[in-house]
Design a protein around this ligand. Structure first.
Ligand code: FPP
Length: 247
């Protein structure tokens, strides 16, 4: 990575950068099918797009990048595809550790991590520990993630606290409950991107995207480039965000 790059070098306004970009990476299967290839080849090509996107966000100066890499619904896919995705995830974590250390990137994972195979959990723990003190950017992988499950998990924690007399239900606020979401401590996404043209949220960050700007591109995830990401951020910088107010 070229550490001398910054938002300005990409023609972006450094004072109006999204603090958090979240991406629904869709279209790996269609990318492969169009080329008469196995779907797994599409996921492999998708991993390359992940590398490019992480690098670009770091160079621009985006503080948090969340990637929807595996949803709770994805467990219903054929075993062979799940297994290939898990192998790709492990490979990604192992091969990117040096890049994360060199570029001050901290890895985090959100979702029901305990459901992942041991080889992925171990690689996650190792990479999270190794990068724990990095401050340049958080790379947040949503794995075995579902937005509704996240909210149910939050309700379970808070109701247990209420039962034990540790919180007064009358005093529960939005500011309080966010501390019990998987994303506690992170800003909400300012920008959510979905590739491959589908107009759906697919159970992604349901609480956190209340005021996010949404950008849907027809590009299939493996074709998602650095140039397109920069164009989308430029578009974001030109939008007027009102948060329900009038200006
Ligand atoms: C959606 O494409 C993509 C996924 C279900 C998984 C995303 C995984 C990767 C990009 C690769 C591995 C991840 C990392 C972080 C290295 P799809 O299969 O639903 O495509 P389709 O809708 O065209 O069938």
């Amino acid at each position: 990575m070229n550490s001398s790059l910054s938002a300005d070098s990409f023609g972006l306004d450094a004072s109006k950068l999204p603090r958090h970009i979240a991406i629904i990476m869709d279209g790996n299967g269609r990318w492969a099918e169009k080329r008469l290839m196995n779907r797994i080849k599409g996921h492999e090509a998708g991993s390359e797009a992940v590398r490019t996107t992480v690098r670009t966000c770091r160079e621009i100066g985006i503080p948090v990048l969340t990637l929807y890499a595996f949803s709770t619904e994805n467990w219903q896919r054929p075993k062979i595809e799940i297994s290939a995705l898990m192998t790709l995830l492990k490979k990604f974590l192992d091969s990117e550790q040096k890049e994360m250390m060199d570029n001050d990137i901290r890895l985090n994972a959100i979702g029901q991590i305990e459901k992942l195979p041991a080889k992925v959990r171990n690689a996650l723990t190792k990479t999270k520990d190794l990068t724990a003190n990095n401050k340049g950017m958080i790379l947040n992988l949503a794995l075995s993630y579902g937005g509704r499950t996240e909210i149910v998990d939050m309700v379970k924690i808070i109701s247990r606290m209420a039962k034990d007399g540790k919180v007064d239900p009358g005093l529960i606020t939005e500011e309080f409950v966010v501390n019990y979401l998987y994303t506690a401590g992170m800003p909400d996404p300012d920008l959510i991107i979905r590739t491959s043209g589908e107009m759906r949220i697919s159970n992604f960050l349901l609480w956190q995207i209340a005021y996010s700007e949404i950008f849907i591109t027809d590009t299939l995830w493996p074709d998602f480039s650095r140039e397109e990401l920069i164009q989308i951020i430029l578009d974001f910088q030109n939008r007027e965000r009102r948060f329900g107010n009038v200006y």
